[in-house]
Design a protein. Structure first.
Length: 333
């Protein structure tokens, strides 16, 4: 294969020294070789900064930028600004990709004449062991489709909004000096990804599992804070407004997505250990919205269980007991 077009891989890095080498090695091992790797060290306080500097010294296509800590969104925006590739990809620094991802993605997009490549992913443990695969995005849709089709699959909870599921033509997110950037909130994917799909218009959909998504208990997406709860609510509201404005024909499916999102938000509220009036009030409001939502039959099994625990006020005691049992069993090992 002749490697012609440059792809820019943007890797925002913050305190991931334990996982970083596996992630960066998966870029070095790509069968597609015309890659620039833009690493944005977002003020790491562990050895991450030194690790990325070592890679930069060893490999000319690694470009490292050390910035003051400003969060994931700003790190991604910084990397996007520095990128030069015809294609863009975002890799989280504790995850890794399969070696033929870029070769397959770029070949498919050129053949299909599409602007975006959507892939499947596998869940792996913090130790890197395989857990399970996500629902195959090709289950209900064709290999080439429009934005409307993917947006509908998101609303049906068949496709998620992860940024790293996409390989994107530069023209989709960069048009001269105009950049489609990330908003400075946690869970920014739920805002950025639907808009990117809208801008792309045409999408190549793969049935292959090219991305490995590491589940770390203490990562920012698995630890609830007051800010993350507020940001999650903002993202939910923003996505609802986006659908109503740009895809009114799909609005009838919004309740399905909204119910699953609310269940997740409710669960986040219950993990705040110190009592906080604002969170408590939001939790009550969310529970009311969940009770009024009539889409329970469309939920996944695990969300259905959570739904009934929430509406019967058993969610907190049951999850508390489950958490204590897990802690006890861990201590026994």
């Amino acid at each position: 294969m002749i490697d012609e077009a440059l792809i820019s891989v943007i890797v925002p890095v913050y305190n991931v020294e334990k996982y970083l080498s596996k992630s960066l090695d998966s870029l070095l091992n790509q069968t597609y070789k015309n890659i620039e790797i833009i690493i944005v060290d977002d003020g790491s306080t562990d050895l991450s900064g030194k690790i990325v500097d070592d890679y930069s010294e060893s490999f000319s296509n690694f470009k490292v930028f050390h910035i003051v800590n400003r969060g994931l969104s700003e790190a991604r925006n910084y990397g996007l600004k520095k990128s030069k590739g015809e294609y863009i990809f975002f890799l989280d620094p504790d995850d890794w990709i399969e070696k033929n991802l870029f070769e397959v993605a770029i070949t498919r997009m050129n053949k299909d004449e599409t602007n975006l490549f959507l892939m499947n992913f596998s869940f792996v443990s913090g130790e890197g062991e395989y857990i399970k695969k996500n629902r195959n995005v090709r289950t209900n849709i064709s290999a080439i489709c429009s934005t409307d089709v993917i947006i509908k699959e998101i609303l049906l909870n068949h496709v998620q909004c992860f940024v790293w599921q996409l390989v994107i033509r530069r023209s989709v997110v960069m048009n001269g000096n105009i950049r489609h950037t990330f908003k400075d909130i946690m869970y920014e994917d739920v805002i950025w990804t639907p808009k990117t799909l809208q801008l792309a218009k045409s999408i190549s959909v793969s049935e292959n599992y090219f991305y490995n998504y590491r589940q770390r208990r203490h990562s920012i997406v698995h630890v609830a804070t007051i800010r993350s709860i507020e940001d999650r609510k903002f993202g939910i509201d923003n996505f609802g407004d986006f659908i109503k404005k740009y895809y009114p024909n799909l609005q009838r499916y919004l309740g399905i997505w909204h119910l699953a999102a609310l269940i997740h938000l409710y669960a986040m509220c219950t993990t705040i250990k110190k009592h906080h009036n604002e969170v408590a009030q939001l939790q009550q409001h969310v529970r009311k919205q969940i009770r009024l939502n009539k889409n329970v039959s469309k939920l996944k099994v695990v969300d259905t269980v959570k739904y009934f625990l929430i509406v019967t006020r058993l969610f907190v005691p049951v999850t508390s007991v489950t958490r204590n049992i897990k802690k006890f069993l861990t201590e026994l090992q």
